[in-house]
Design a protein around this ligand. Structure first.
Ligand SMILES: [Zn+2]
Length: 241
């Protein structure tokens, strides 16, 4: 029987889901058995999380990703992202439905840090970078939903998905990197209602900032809303070397 790549990836995901159903209590990073008091990460890995410092230098660096592209008020990121590192594993887990609650765990931690720093206290709505309908159908959910909903709960700011939508499917990450300039042009976002965000401060959230191109495309569409102010918060970012 012909087995398409999609079928295979769905089956692999199914097998992984089954695996986690029976072995749910392993550290996401080092895979040691977790103690009852531990959630998702063992204490050693929790202490080794590459949490981004909330200081002026880092905040300016994060904001500078968008300099000359779009005007953003504040940019914050929770973790440093490195290939094969702990953050990559966490972000990967978000893509498996029965492990995606880790987004809530991260959202709670990050949300409390942000609340203490009072950086987003005048934000009106939190919105996610949307997935394309087809991708949403395949995965069944947006991987940043649990993260966003938890930020919304901790910061007491309304979470508003579905106003900003994605109108074309993006290439895979690998192809995206290879054909950066071309794929960016194909990613289009659309506001289904331009009035709702007028004169509002919006916190746009995503999993990882790499080049910032996707977030930039979202911002460009959001900026068609009169008087809008934009800020960005992500689970992780890849520092430039
Ligand atoms: Zn561990």
């Amino acid at each position: 029987m012909y087995l398409s790549t999609l079928d295979l990836s769905v089956k692999m995901r199914f097998l992984k889901d089954i695996f986690y159903l029976f072995y749910p209590n392993l550290c996401v990073n080092c895979e040691v058995t977790l103690l009852q008091s531990e959630q998702y990460l063992c204490i050693t890995c929790t202490n080794n999380l590459p949490v981004v410092d909330d200081n002026e230098h880092v905040n300016v660096t994060l904001k500078s990703i968008f300099y000359g592209k779009v005007d953003v008020k504040n940019v914050r990121s929770f973790l440093y992202y490195q290939k094969h590192g702990i953050t990559q594993k966490i972000v990967h887990q978000l893509k498996y439905k029965n492990q995606s609650e880790i987004g809530q765990y991260i959202g709670n931690w990050f949300g409390n840090n942000l609340k203490e720093a009072e950086v987003f206290k005048d934000v009106d709505y939190i919105i996610p970078v949307p997935l394309h309908k087809k991708k949403l159908k395949n995965r069944g959910y947006n991987q940043v939903t649990e993260f966003g909903e938890e930020l919304s709960r901790v910061l007491d700011i309304e979470y508003k998905p579905n106003v900003l939508i994605r109108t074309s499917i993006s290439k895979t990450q690998t192809l995206k990197q290879r054909f950066e300039r071309f794929s960016n042009n194909k990613t289009k976002f659309k506001l289904t209602n331009k009035n709702i965000f007028e004169n509002k401060h919006i916190l746009l959230i995503d999993d990882v900032i790499t080049t910032g191109a996707t977030l930039e495309a979202c911002c460009n569409e959001l900026l068609t809303s009169k008087g809008i102010i934009l800020s960005i918060a992500t689970i992780a970012y890849t520092p430039r070397v």
